[in-house]
Design a protein around this ligand. Structure first.
Ligand SMILES: [Zn+2]
Length: 1003
């Protein structure tokens, strides 16, 4: 899947008033990699791009690494639920008896955990689906009860592989029509035998099964057919078969669409809903005349039919689709809409981009159409496997929870992730579209053709896709240097999360992850990021071919890597093979900090933890948190040969810099004299350090200071040279790290001193962009320069440079005077809107709100939605909070990010915290459970917490509600983070204030 949340802004803290929106997803995706490379004779491993990859001869090999989950605590929790009786659990299975009455069954005696198969979350290994035949009929108008519903008829043909008298098939929130005998399904045998009769059938709600107890055993090797008829609600809950609504030309329109991953296919029809249960699907959709139907397979011509439904006789269209390849249920998609599309055919693959009619008329699908063909072609060559399907549909939906979803042959997107308008979209919108499309297309092979066996190895899917998305996007837009951005966008983010004691290893035991909520938690940033890299063509070919239409576990990949290594004569370090090296990265959490002491030439490593006090909480690792680390480094500007972690002689008085171009997944610390030499280089000849490493030095220094390896003031001193820096990456790195200082201090007296310092630092950058844009009339030519122009304006305005404030207020005023003509360049809009709304009052806010409502372009609406959270008026922020939970004002998919934007504003922070506590029950019901954005809400609203009082509030909040669904981990992390913040502020506030004060010239 693509992106988790799409926060345009505010993902991390905020400069005083506002922060420029994050350019990119918070997601997705992967870039971090652990990989290994063998270059020439050397060998190195790391988790980042550059990082990794075993390069075989001239080729690159790949590897992955990844993710996974779950700490022992979750395991314990899981066990509780699997045995619903433990500790008086509240699980109450509902039994639908054969008479059809619903009965709540009493809990089993607490002393005896239930061992019934229907109380376990994983399917038994007795049955294997072969194919399904499914007809669904979504109603796009409410019925007499005021509900949107869908009806369905299906049969699945499955094989019995182990003798059993029980059929378990997933089913959630579906009501079944009874067959003769009152059973919920009909069972027939396909061979020459007779199927046993059904003794009883019922719905097991907790574990989401339709259960059939039989009067006899099924026979091993025989095929059986199970028929059902059912009805479900086409709710606006963004999961399973759901509805999305929008207005076009004053008419309310409804789209019926799906999001199955991870466990919601069972909400659309009864199915064996686990990724390894691959089958072939024959799909038919019934839909209103005037609409079109899409699914994974190619549609056949629609046929008019007359149907009898609860609503009487209805004329509808019946569209059936070519049978699918053998595939997993979570990749299915069914969509009914009145959309339009643009298309082309490349290499015999039909490519279509679907969207609202107006968006297609406005040509917003053109960019996606133009890059899809080349990216598909790039991946075909890269993988050396043809695109497996005859068509590639991509569709933009007004309501969509994630960023995108790689349904095989019918990829679904948020509008902002697919639709591009040259007049209205910024360069970051464009980059996001290119990378997300590349990510989803990459899944057509990795993920869809070859699929993980179970969600614990999620990283296997996401790892490959998230790394190669950069290759695909880079191929489509070679001028962007997009591969460098991996470091900022993904590596730094994963570093941050993976340095917490509550992080988790990439891979985890299969049985540790069973509940749907846990599966959702897996999709947190870590899984998205830890990825792979450098997949050598040889590896891809053998791996893809060996496992096409099948499922894998990560060790299959190591086996293939060992094969690749052996057959090409690569020598690994003595005593290690691919397995033993990679296991250290995959089976233990976190990453190392490498310390280089230039006085004696020692290199050493230690598990890096942002909060040293959390070390006792870290679970034991059989590898003792030691990694096999390859180090690329330079001495006085000259690259040295790659080295393994071992003693080396380094000459004193020369500066040493390691992790060149951030090729490895580790941080680097030095002895103080070497830090001083590096600071001196930054202040005198910064260009002798590669630009990615200038960014990395800043990021390492700030994080090492957080973890108490170096002094906080030393970290702050890495920002002094920015006065002359014009490059985007170091600035972005510094601003991201200073965000933490803003979060900790923007409610204290440190704030004024910090603002004064940053104002001086940014003056030259602001002037630089004024010059190269001819007084703000032109667009800088480079992709990165365009980003840094946004930084220049954002920081200059937020630190109070008058020229900047006048500029942004003037542009906004001009727009208010003539709303039909927006004078602000799309690249700058988020920042300018935010600046003007922050400096303005009700009139500016209301104008923004009206423009938000009038916007028919999702990216433009997102910019306004972010900027509206920048106002300093508490009453407007409270009004906006109310709007966020009103789906007629703010789409459900955007509710949590809107609240987080408001919390990022120092004025909005306490308002948002009060608000979510007050509305918790409602929010939990609406957004809890399997929703992805839930943990983001908790993290976002509590990130500024740094006092004992706030810590207590957080603990009270946790105690008050015993289950946070997919936000369980986030609550834990918030408490951990708040405790660390309290200690940090106590230790650093005074000296930070004094340092900033000392850096600002006195009048
Ligand atoms: Zn993905």
């Amino acid at each position: 899947m693509g992106e988790l949340f799409v926060l345009v802004g505010g993902e991390s803290a905020s400069l005083p008033v506002y922060k420029k929106p994050r350019r990119k997803r918070i997601f997705p995706f992967c870039p971090v990699v652990v990989c290994m490379s063998v270059m020439g004779g050397g060998f190195y491993i790391s988790k980042v791009v550059g990082v990794a990859g075993i390069v075989l001869g001239a080729g690159a090999v790949a590897t992955i690494i990844a993710l996974a989950v779950v700490y022992s605590e979750e395991v314990a929790k899981n066990n509780e639920v699997i045995s619903p009786t433990n500790e008086g659990s509240t699980v109450k299975p509902t039994l639908t008896t054969t008479e059809g009455s619903s009965v709540s069954t009493p809990l089993l005696p607490t002393a005896q955990p239930s061992n019934e198969p229907w109380d376990k979350y994983r399917l038994p290994d007795t049955l294997k689906p072969d194919h399904y035949n499914l007809t669904l009929w979504p109603r796009l108008k409410v019925n007499e009860q005021g509900l949107y519903i869908f009806t369905g008829e299906t049969y699945v043909v499955f094989q019995c592989v182990k003798e059993t008298d029980l059929i378990l098939i997933h089913s959630n929130k579906l009501n079944y029509t009874k067959w003769e005998g009152g059973q919920l399904a009909k069972l027939t045998a396909l061979g020459n035998i007779t199927a046993p009769t059904i003794k009883s059938s019922w719905l097991q709600e907790t574990t989401q099964y339709l259960v059939m107890q039989l009067n006899g055993n099924l026979t091993v090797g025989e095929l059986y057919q199970l028929d059902t008829k059912f009805v479900g609600e086409l709710a606006n809950d963004l999961g399973g078969f759901y509805r999305s609504e929008y207005e076009e030309d004053g008419i309310e329109k409804v789209v019926a669409t799906t999001q199955m991953q991870p466990t919601d296919a069972r909400k659309a029809f009864p199915c064996f809903d686990e990724p390894a249960m691959k089958a072939v699907f024959h799909i038919t959709l019934l839909h209103p005349v005037g609409t079109i139907a899409l699914s994974n397979g190619m549609e056949r011509d629609p046929v008019p039919v007359t149907m009898e439904g609860p609503e009487g006789t209805v004329e509808v269209l019946k569209t059936s689709f070519s049978e699918t390849k053998r595939m997993s249920t979570y990749l299915l998609a069914f969509i009914v809409s009145d959309y339009d599309y643009v298309n082309e055919t490349t290499n015999d693959v039909l490519i279509r981009i679907y969207a609202r009619k107006k968006a297609i008329t406005d040509k917003q699908g053109e960019y996606a159409l133009n890059i899809t063909g080349p990216i598909l072609k790039f991946f075909e060559e890269y993988y050396n496997v043809s695109y497996p399907l005859p068509k590639s549909d991509q569709i933009a939906l007004p309501d969509f929870n994630a960023g995108a979803m790689e349904n095989w042959g019918l990829i679904t997107y948020r509008e902002t992730a697919l639709l591009y308008d040259p007049e209205m979209s910024s360069n970051s919108n464009k980059e996001r579209i290119a990378t997300i499309i590349a990510h989803e297309l990459a899944h057509m092979w990795f993920g869809n053709l070859v699929t993980l066996n179970w969600w614990n190895d999620l990283w296997l899917n996401e790892g490959f896709a998230s790394y190669v998305e950069y290759l695909g996007a880079n191929d489509a837009e070679p001028d962007w240097n997009i591969k460098d951005l991996i470091v900022l966008n993904d590596v730094h983010r994963v570093f941050a999360i993976d340095a917490l004691a509550s992080s988790h290893p990439l891979s985890s035991e299969e049985q540790a992850i069973q509940k749907p909520e846990q599966i959702s938690e897996l999709f947190d940033a870590i899984s998205y990021m830890y990825c792979n890299v450098c997949v050598c063509h040889f590896l891809q070919q053998t791996y893809l071919k060996a496992f096409s239409y099948n499922n894998t576990v990560y060790s299959d990949l190591w086996d293939h890597l060992d094969l690749a290594a052996n057959s090409s004569g690569v020598s690994l370090p003595t005593g290690f093979n691919v397995n033993s090296i990679m296991n250290r990265w995959v089976l233990q959490m976190g990453f190392p900090v490498i310390t280089i002491d230039t006085a004696n030439g020692h290199f050493s490593q230690e598990h890096f933890l942002l909060d040293p006090a959390s070390r006792p909480d870290v679970p034991e690792s059989e590898f003792k948190y030691e990694w096999i680390v390859p180090i690329r480094w330079m001495k006085t500007g000259k690259e040295q040969s790659l080295t393994w972690l071992k003693t080396r002689t380094v000459i004193e008085n020369e500066w040493v810099l390691a992790n060149l171009n951030v090729s490895g997944y580790y941080r680097v610390n030095y002895d103080v004299p070497n830090w001083e030499r590096l600071l001196n280089v930054l202040n005198t000849t910064p260009e002798s350090i590669p630009v990615i490493n200038r960014a990395q030095l800043i990021d390492d220094a700030f994080n090492l200071a957080r973890a108490k390896y170096i002094d906080t003031i030393l970290a702050l001193r890495t920002t002094k040279y920015l006065k002359t820096e014009k490059e985007y990456m170091p600035w972005e790195s510094a601003l991201n790290n200073l965000d933490f200082f803003y979060l900790m201090f923007d409610r204290s007296e440190v704030f004024g001193y910090m603002q004064a310092y940053l104002k001086i630092q940014v003056e030259e950058l602001f002037g630089h962009f004024k010059n190269i844009t001819d007084n703000w009339t032109k667009v800088p030519s480079g992709h990165m320069d365009q980003y840094n122009q946004v930084n220049a304006i954002r920081v200059a305005c937020s630190t109070g440079i008058d020229e900047c404030l006048n500029l942004t207020k003037g542009w906004y005023k001009q727009w208010m005077n003539d709303p039909t003509k927006n004078p602000i360049h799309p690249n700058l809009r988020t920042t300018v809107y935010c600046s003007a709304i922050s400096a303005g009052g009700e009139a500016e806010w209301e104008f923004g709100w009206n423009q938000f409502n009038a916007s028919t372009i999702a990216t433009e609406a997102d910019k306004l939605r972010y900027a509206l959270a920048c106002t300093k008026q508490p009453w407007l922020l409270n009004k906006y909070l109310e709007y966020s939970l009103n789906p007629t004002k703010i789409r459900k998919q955007d509710a949590t990010s809107t609240i987080v934007y408001i919390a990022s504003n120092v004025v909005g922070q306490p308002l948002a915290w009060d608000f979510i506590r007050d509305r918790w029950q409602y929010i939990f019901e609406q957004y809890g459970g399997g929703s992805f954005s839930f943990s983001n809400l908790i993290n976002g609203v509590t990130k500024r917490f740094s006092t004992e009082f706030e810590l207590q509030q957080l603990k009270d909040f946790q105690a008050e509600h015993n289950d946070f669904g997919s936000g369980n981990l986030a609550i834990q992390q918030s408490i951990e983070r708040t405790s660390a913040n309290i200690r940090w502020v106590a230790e650093n506030k005074k000296k930070v204030l004094e340092w900033f004060d000392g850096e600002v010239p006195k009048p």
